[in-house]
Design a protein around this ligand. Structure first.
Ligand SMILES: Cc1cc2nc3c(=O)[nH]c(=O)nc-3n(C[C@H](O)[C@H](O)[C@H](O)COP(=O)(O)OP(=O)(O)OC[C@H]3O[C@@H](n4cnc5c(N)ncnc54)[C@H](O)[C@@H]3O)c2cc1C
Length: 456
């Protein structure tokens, strides 16, 4: 028999490591509650994760097996179970975050193992080690072979074991979406039925984001981050839809498939650059002159910067553990450019708040936005006024999260940071004045980043 060690892959279908173990022998699935690792997660994501483990246990039981849940250091726990059950090998899906790869190395030293590529469609080792930008990555990634979904093992493949140790700390006081494969699959089906064929046209439309939260975009990210749905399964279904569609529908579906390539690139980046979470990816001749003003950082965290789109984004994050991608880009740009606060501060705050936090996606995106990553533009600065005018001109999104502005007309909200102080006081006395001047902050960011790049 083999052991399968579940980590960020809380599902049975399309689980390559599990499927591979099951083709060779009976499998005993194990989840190790690793307190050191779990404390890195925010409260919300930890709770969602534990609900996912609980649901996974139920799924295994419904198949006639069980998920062994043990607490401790994975190397010690897996070595004990390996000996107790006389297992041949421990299979696991390869992870890329340094803290996890270290754990995997210690497990490799303790017991015979088999590591499998599962989190991504294309193994980072099958592509070049470094790409200058996404376009170059995409060309190679697009041509690479993508495997079909892995077989789902049935009950006969499972070791007949019962585990009554419990040990799961399930939080009941946090409002969370349903966890597990079934809930993830339902969400994807909803998106396939009413979303994917218009995805490109609605993905940046903030009115649509409020009217149809699942549909305008997929909202799959919490499930992908916890591995509750396999990436090959997502890819295969989107690809089949793409094959039978034509015209506009096909163009929209293609955009969804394309967006998945950003996720793939981020895993590729982390896999080849373990320092991605702490060091600038791009080397610059000079240091970036960060201001790192604590008061500015606190105002940003609370959603009180006086920039409506930024504040709505931060409040959505604080309330729901999610931000739509458009405001997500804007809040990150505002922090690193207009406020000149180090991207690491923002990324760490996101890590604690997001339900969909994924180290590769979070840190690579922060670096991209901060112009320290793989963006092909040297210094990109999002102007939150122009961005709101383009993507939320009816202020639907802003009014949803910033109640102080609900009685103000949309056009005035767009221009909020440019109004006079007296005007702002009259229109919405409870809402905040801009903490930095729009033009000064923009120009300062330009200067600071050009100096870091040695262009001044
Ligand atoms: C500063 C910043 C931090 C981010 N942190 C995270 C994070 O911790 N976890 C996370 O999953 N995403 C992160 N993203 C990427 C993106 O914002 C989310 O993946 C997306 O908003 C999730 O919503 P969705 O599932 O509805 O996306 P959809 O638009 O429906 O896209 C489908 C899937 O494609 C992938 N995807 C789409 N855009 C991106 C992208 N730019 N980068 C990587 N993957 C992408 C995601 O897996 C997403 O679930 C971050 C973006 C920024 C700018």
């Amino acid at each position: 028999m083999h052991i399968f060690w579940h980590q960020r892959d809380l599902r049975i279908p399309d689980n390559r490591g599990l499927a591979m173990a099951a083709t060779e022998a009976d499998v005993l699935p194990v989840y190790v509650v690793d307190t050191d690792m779990l404390t890195n997660l925010g409260k919300r994501q930890r709770a969602f994760f534990m609900n996912g483990v609980d649901e996974l246990k139920r799924r295994y039981r419904s198949l006639g097996g069980d998920l062994l849940v043990r607490a401790g250091d994975p190397a010690d726990v897996l070595a004990d179970i390996h000996e107790e059950y006389g297992a041949a090998r421990v299979f696991y899906n390869r992870q890329y975050r340094p803290a996890r790869t270290e754990r995997q190395s210690r497990v490799d030293e303790a017991v015979p193992t088999e590591a499998v590529t599962d989190l991504v469609l294309v193994d980072p080792g099958n592509l070049a080690a470094r790409y200058e930008n996404h376009g170059r990555f995409y060309d190679d990634w697009q041509d690479a072979r993508k495997p079909q979904p892995a077989e789902t093992p049935d009950g006969d493949a499972l070791v007949d074991a019962a585990d009554d140790t419990g040990g799961l700390d399930i939080a009941t006081d946090i409002d969370l979406p349903d966890a597990g494969y079934r809930a993830a699959r339902d969400r994807y089906d909803q998106f396939l039925d009413a979303g994917i064929e218009t995805y490109n046209d609605t993905r940046d439309d903030m009115q649509a984001a409020i009217d149809r939260p699942v549909g305008a975009v997929s909202r799959l990210s919490p499930y992908l981050a916890a591995g509750m749905l396999g990436i090959r399964e997502i890819w295969a279904d989107a690809t089949e839809r793409h094959r039978v569609a034509s015209g506009d529908a096909q163009r929209n579906i293609q955009k969804f498939r394309y967006e998945l390539s950003w996720r793939e690139q981020n895993f590729h980046l982390l896999s080849h650059n373990p320092d991605l979470l702490v060091e600038n990816y791009k080397s610059m001749p000079n240091d970036i002159a960060w201001e790192n003003d604590d008061e500015h950082f606190e105002a940003w965290k609370r959603g009180e910067t006086g920039y409506p789109l930024v504040d709505a984004g931060m409040r959505q994050l604080n309330q729901e553990g999610y931000i739509h991608n458009r405001p997500r880009q804007n809040v990150a740009s505002f922090l690193t450019k207009h406020l000149l606060v180090d991207w690491r501060w923002g990324a760490r705050y996101f890590a604690k708040q997001l339900l969909d936090h994924d180290p590769a996606n979070n840190y690579a995106n922060w670096q991209w936005i901060a112009s320290t990553g793989t963006d092909s533009v040297d210094v990109r600065i999002f102007d939150p006024v122009a961005q709101m005018s383009k993507y939320d001109d009816g202020a639907t999104y802003v009014k949803e999260y910033v109640p102080e502005l609900r009685d103000v007309d949309a056009g005035t909200i767009v221009d909020w940071p440019t109004l006079s102080e007296a005007g702002r006081k009259r229109l919405a006395p409870e809402y905040h004045h801009p903490i930095v001047d729009r033009n000064d902050a923009y120009e300062r960011a330009q200067r600071v980043f050009e100096a870091a790049l040695g262009k001044r």
